[in-house]
Design a protein. Sequence first.
Lengths: 478, 451
Amino acid sequence: MNNQIVKLFVVVVVLYALLFGFTSYWAVFDSDSLEANIANKRPLLEEQQIDRGDILAADGSVIARSVPRGSGDDRIFVRRYPEGALYGNPIGYSFVQQGQVGFELEHNDELVGEKTEFLTVLDELQGHAQVGDKVQSALDPDAQRAAVEGLGGQRGAVVALVPATGEVRAMVSVPGYDPNEVPENFSEFNTRSSAPLFNRATQAGYPPGSTMKVVTATAALDSGEFDTDSTLSGSSPKEISGFPLSNAGNEQFGVIPMTTALTNSVNTWWAEAGEDLGSETMLRYMDRFGFNQKPRLDYPSFQLATSGVFEGNRLLTSADAIDIGRVAIGQERLRVTPLQMAEVAAAVANDGELMEPRLWSKVIDPDGRETELDPARQSRVMSEETASELNEMMQSVVQEGTGTAAALSGIDVAGKTGTAEIDVDADINQAWFIGFAPADDPKIAVAVTVERTSGFGGTVAAPIAKSVMETILEEGGE
Amino acid sequence: MSARTRELFALIPVALLVTAGFTAVLITNSEELGNLSFFYGGYFLALCVATHIVIRVRLPDADPFLFPLVALLAGFGVVMLYRLDEGLARDQANWFVLGLVLFSATIIFLRDYDVLERYRYLIALAGIGLLLLPRLPGIGETTNEAYLSVDLGPLSFQPTELAKICIVVFLASYLNERREVLVVGARNIAGIVVPPLKHLGPLLVVWGAAMVMLVFIRDLGSSLMFFGAFLAMIYVATARISFVVVGLAMFFVGAWFFANTIGHVQDRFDIWLDPFDDAGGAGYQVAQSLFAQADGGLTGRGLGESLIQLPGQESNCPPGVSFPDCDAILPAPHTDFIYAVIVDELGLLGGAAVVLIYTLIAERGFKTAILAEDGFSKLLATGLTAIFALQAFVIIGGVTRVIPLTGVTLPFISYGGSSIVANFVLLALLLMISDKARRRVRVEQDAEVRT
């Protein structure tokens, strides 16, 4: 019998070794993936015990702050957004039940004061509670207000960038939402047909219409295939890829130079230019502007859409059959985000160099130490010479072409309008304006788009762009 | 050094550890520390020493390590419960005292455990009656659809805990008498020794009983625990591995059959296979258990530091119910999932220490069985140790997803009076066997020295 008892003990030891093995797996080896499991609310529950740092606007005013609730061990912090819907979409929200999105998610580590493991342990030994850093965003409250008022309830988006640094001065998506209401109305926000949680500035893929001609003009000039005096016929209709293409209102133009063709947004001229350049050249320049890839904004990847030519959800390349003539005038299966079109304007404004867009500008730790944004160059899109030629052409669009509604008194504005027809019979358009000012020393570049309007880029979008640029430039002058 | 003196010295570090545990919890709760933890530690030590004196008088030769090891588990359990809720710890401390009283009473009044053999059928009947008690209308209670406890007004207890002792006593006596018969007439078929068909009778009866338990009590854990102990005992009694192989095969076929027919058992299996499939619903408990362990890591978050309750929120408890019966992030942190809380707060190292203590208790228990002279003592010690060790395996295994989760308690640690009391009675029997065996060994050695 004793022999069997010893064997029995061995079996117990083996069973207990299994327990040890499984405990090791959950507690140590698999713990990272368990902590990342979406069903695991522990990390969020713990984070809400941290005094999450404020998010500030460019002028230092508070966009988001944490207020304590309860006391002692039960004390938690709850997020409040004093300005309500003004920053709803770019900043997002942070709540235990609903999670985090937007700036709140992307800058979570700074906001909860996540330092290196070593520093955290050191703090704990010294008895410091973990406190988050403040993060200042580049967003300008007045510019946000001007954009919201400008859109005036029309669905659409506004993005304003500082060309030299990539800082986002304004990002507005209408309809927006008040993040304070997220805990109560989350499911309603999610099901509402106007999709308020959807950030149109970064997630919406719209047809860009004639604003795309700025990209086509860049490719034409910078590749050396064209110069500003190159002429083509502006007759309408003209056969492009086997189908007739007309100018707006079937307006006829003779053989005209590029400047005239851009000023009057002559479709047939630019479509022929696009065909002359070919898919490869066009796509190469689109790449340089940041198309065909996720924008390099400090923003959650799932809230950033790629701009490009799509078949369903598949991004097309030069190997695919693309009607490049119609891409050149912003038609075909081209889908772009307002953020991408603001980057196009900013690249021209910044002498042909594209900066990576940034929503944050400064991190301030609890001891007052500041870390400032170091602007990062994304790509050299075009030569300085090309940029200055485009700049002048775009000025004439605002001075005497389709974009006169964006003109500011005493300040030269460069820009381009766009009106993509969504439903010709019902008279529904996607209206666009992209541009920058002052033209000789650009301080701000904007993209404005209005969804499903009966108006045109020059009548609906350009005045909004004007108001936003004016607001930002006035402040700069103070 | 005599066995009892060793026991006394072993109790000192145990009391110190328990005191240190209380200190850690009190510091974290940032209450006034004062000398409260020393008071609790001292009280614990006094109780242990008093029990030690009973053992010293009645069972001078009993194993010196079993009682300190069990005291460590029980003291640690009270610390963990104190960390969860002061009221729970107070209840548990009272039951600990009651357990020590019954432990002492068993030792004092049951002069010779051999009398148990005489009443084996009565005891078996009592055991089966206890097991079926929760199914009685009016007093039976279900926990997670399993019939595990009995509700008698103010008192609610789990009869399984006492039943396991009765069943083991009966099996030890029965197998001791029949073991020779069971082996006779075995045939060798293709290298496997197969017992004659007629001797498979008892095996079939016990298997049937285990299956009935599975169907009636609907608890795979208890069923596994009882049947496992039975197989361990029949293996030791007959030295025939074939009984174990056939028995296990039968058990798994039966369990598989019922897993596919009884919804509740089937759900437990599905959750075991993928707790994250419905981590917000059916798989919530197991998923939260794993999250809690992941939160602990290697060394844990420290006693009192883990997240057990939603911070800063109004209680969602219905009237008359309070934490930890509701509002707990990890459900049942004081009973089924206390091991997950231990790993959360003391890490893999803390969990490993607990498993190690159970291993040491099993080692001392089996050692007692080896030293025992007569068959009944050997089988009784084996059975008691095996069922105790299996119980710890079944619940820790469920919490760590080694096996499907079932609702048995973690012996001496989980909150619950019946568990503590029954396990102290189990310990008393084990120490009585040990005392008898070791006295004989000591007398033989003394005789050798004299001659």
